[in-house]
Design a protein around this ligand. Structure first.
Ligand code: GLN
Length: 284
């Protein structure tokens, strides 16, 4: 290693900030120091060990080459949870918090309910919902064992043992089961989309991102199976691309779902579509 390299925290941070986004540099350095980011501000004169400097330099180089910060530090905040993530899982996005919010607003209040999160990845949606509603049990599925492993670890870390994990594709692991709510952030990017070769998307699992020539393959499967897996009056809520609202509403309507609507994210773009299995005659 270059022995003239600065080892004071502030100098190391300044040097890294010439190569990568200064905020990313802070995330990485806080991770290497095993501290919260705030600690860095008050400890600019702290001296890093040679090992810490080397580890940090290696992470900065990987970040400069495009690897997502969340994979480099192995975690990402979602809702009120800090979640482990790995290249086997999609990195949870703030947009997906809209899905959680909409789900919480529609779960039957004050009575035990069952929800399913299909294609759970790191477990983000399932764990956020279970964390807010102790009376709701959640089944979370994924077709990747490696992703389920991460999701299980996140459930254990947050002591959310009302989430049951099942391996398999979409409704495959849910045969014969009905829920009060179905939730999913499925892959929805079209296979030829140029965004796939940019930014974090280059490093995320293609199976969590891409879904056929129009990006709607998984959403078609989710719509088709909804009524068979919902109790009368139950809701399905799915995330999708900003230009897919009309298509997803049409898929839901074609299945006889009612109260079909699309919600917009903080950037005012179509992001979540929901629909409801008609309540039983004379029922709720
Ligand atoms: N929202 C992600 C993106 O466009 C995609 C996630 C997904 O396909 N579910 O970056």
């Amino acid at each position: 290693m270059d022995t003239t390299h600065p080892t004071r925290l502030d100098a190391v941070l300044r040097a890294a900030s010439m190569r990568i986004d200064p905020l990313d540099a802070r995330w990485l350095l806080a991770h290497v120091c095993g501290r919260a980011q705030g600690w860095l501000y008050a400890h600019g004169d702290a001296v890093l060990s040679e090992a810490q400097t080397a580890t940090f330099e290696a992470l900065v180089s990987r970040r400069a080459a495009g690897e997502p910060v969340a994979y480099l530090i192995g975690s990402r905040a979602f809702w009120r949870l800090e979640l482990a993530v790995s290249p086997a899982t999609l990195i949870p996005r703030p947009e997906t918090e809209l899905l959680v919010e909409a789900a919480l607003a529609r779960l039957p209040p004050r009575r035990p309910a069952r929800a399913a999160d299909l294609g759970t990845g790191s477990g983000a949606i399932a764990l956020a919902v279970a964390g807010e509603r102790p009376d709701v049990s959640v089944v979370a599925t994924d077709a990747s064992e490696a992703a389920l492993e991460i999701a299980r670890r996140n459930a254990a870390r947050h002591a959310l043992d009302r989430v049951e994990f099942r391996f398999g594709d979409w409704y495959g692991p849910l045969a014969g089961l009905r829920f009060d709510m179905l939730l999913s952030n499925p892959p929805y990017i079209a296979s030829g989309d140029p965004h796939l070769s940019r930014g974090d998307l280059r490093h995320e699992p293609p199976a969590a991102l891409v879904s056929g020539p129009d990006g709607l393959d998984a959403l078609r499967v989710l719509a088709a199976g909804a009524s068979n897996h919902l109790h009368p009056g139950g809701w399905i809520l799915v995330e999708h691309g900003f230009d897919q609202g009309p298509a997803v509403r049409a898929l839901f309507a074609a299945q006889g779902l009612i109260q079909v609507d699309t919600l917009r994210d903080l950037e005012a773009r179509d992001r979540v579509t929901l629909g409801r299995r008609p309540p039983a005659p004379g029922g709720a």
